[in-house]
Write a protein that binds this ligand. Sequence first.
Ligand code: UDP
Length: 314
Amino acid sequence: MRILITGSAGFVGSHLVERFLTEGHTVVGVDNYLSGQRRNTELFLSHPAFRFIEADVSTAIPYDGEKLDWVLHFASPASPPHYQQFPIETLMVGAQGTQHALELAHAHGAGFLLASTSEVYGDPLVHPQPESYWGHVNPNGVRSCYDEAKRYAEAITMAYHRARGVNTRIIRIFNTYGPRMRHDDGRVVTNFIHQALRGEALTVYGDGSQTRSFQFVEDLVEGIVRLMGVAYHEPVNLGNPDEYTIVQFAELIRSRINPTLDIVFEPMPQDDPKQRKPDNELAKKLLDWKPNVPLATGLEVTVRYFQDLTRVLI
Ligand code: UDP
């Protein structure tokens, strides 16, 4: 197959590039490096089946090559500090960027897959979150640029499916971690690992009783590949249901890297969801999928990646 991936230099995008190249497909990557990293493109540039286009998909997707089989739309900042630094770009890539990717898929008669997010559930009042839950989102708060962009992206994806017959898929990605995240993206996994590797105190926001469930990137990629093979057009949650409070997570990172470190408490960011955990029943039934990588194993791989990277950066 020939697969175009927007956000190919991003964390999840780059793992998809790797998976499809390994399986013998041709991959066209597109990224403008707003949050993606050049080193994630450089990994594949010498591969004969990889082509890269540097472009902002919110403006246009300048692809004029052979017929595409799939368009996977992963371009967007995804870390709260990062999307709050670029709120307009985040809204644009969720709105215009999604439409450009849908138009491209439509023109090529290709399948289209949208990377949506557990953030569409906002600060959820239902726990764990099934796909049928409509969410509890502040429509104009500091997270709205991301949450509402992705909610609009889901709406326009369903509209192109219903009105234009595009063969669409929507995944809702829950907190995901692994190698090739930006070390400075400000999310909890990278902050804690970097703080611990530098011998600094771990910064817990609020009292740390808020929860998250962390999925290793390999499990996510497997779920995406399986969903591409099934004609199901409604959203599907992909996440690991093992839930931790942020304090528990800080203690886990500390115990693995440096048990003598302090944990310090800092103010809670606005609209920070108090709890998050996927209901995975649909993915189990539909895709025979469940996350396989335990947190300890995934963290070991991730910490090793950042240890190697820290040596390069220093
Ligand atoms: N968090 C924290 N310390 C940090 C970074 C994040 O306590 O240095 C908290 C944050 O307030 C949130 C959780 O960890 O409750 C997950 O944050 P992240 O930015 O990774 O992603 P989110 O799930 O909020 O999109």
